[in-house]
Design a protein around this ligand. Sequence first.
Ligand SMILES: Nc1ncnc2c1ncn2[C@@H]1O[C@H](COP(=O)(O)OP(=O)(O)OP(=O)(O)O)[C@@H](O)[C@H]1O
Ligand SMILES: [Mg+2]
Length: 268
Amino acid sequence: MTANRTEEVGFFKSGIKAMDLSLPEGIPRNSFVLVSGEGGTGKSVLITQLIYERLKAGEPCVLVCLDDSPLGIMQQLTSFGWFPEPYLKKNLLHFIDCYSFRMNPDESSIPDYVTYVKSPTDLDSLQAKIIDVVDKLGLRNRGAIFIDSITELWFLNLKEPYATVEYVKTWRAEFSKERLVPVFCSHHYGMKVFEIYEELLEYIVDGIVDLRYEPNLMKVGLLVKQFRIRKMKGVHHDSNWVAFTITGEGIDLLKIKMKPPEKTESEE
Ligand SMILES: Nc1ncnc2c1ncn2[C@@H]1O[C@H](COP(=O)(O)OP(=O)(O)OP(=O)(O)O)[C@@H](O)[C@H]1O
Ligand SMILES: [Mg+2]
């Protein structure tokens, strides 16, 4: 059943102060959002923090992990003081593990909160597994899905990256539009081999959060992280670049301390 849900669509605040300032009305629940940026700009930290904020709000979260193992992600959460255990116990957090196949794990020791994907190149099977988990955790007009990262899915399906783009269209329809479950998907920006698919992806999605290093400061060797909301359908948003830092408590606005100008002789 696919209805015209325009009037039912709710909004939610990301819970990340720096980001909510750029999105004062929140994010529509029927959004598929791309988190795009170069390596190390903070895509995974942003996704981790978004997950924790949804969990704190009592919403179930599903993370399709391609770049790291569930254990690695739990360590990342814990490093910020965001302890996942209570949410795992309440069945509010579930990992779809598309990473560990590289290590050929002992499948009998996989915990309940992990769905192991033996061959993530089989996109039909991956899709079925996501739907199964989404239904089990009751994601419908609540909760969120996270994919970190789509770039890795492209690498896995190198012979046919376009197939992955088609799946993004399906996931947007199936999860964001039909179930009103937002999807946040990270994407490693600027890989020449995927340029045309990148353009297609940017056109398909509802929202784009760009992350980068401030280019002028980068020229003099300083790495200052910035984000901007390039696109977010259905809401007003500020699309200016915002400088941020990653502290032990997550993403925060970068407060630059300016030295007051020194007084000239005539002012003294
Ligand atoms: N626990 C932490 N405390 C403070 N800073 C952290 C912490 N974890 C990560 N960072 C910062 O975040 C940066 C890495 O960010 P992240 O892993 O989110 O990048 P990414 O954009 O996902 O990169 P990639 O494309 O390689 O996946 C680190 O270089 C570090 O500056
Ligand atoms: Mg990452």
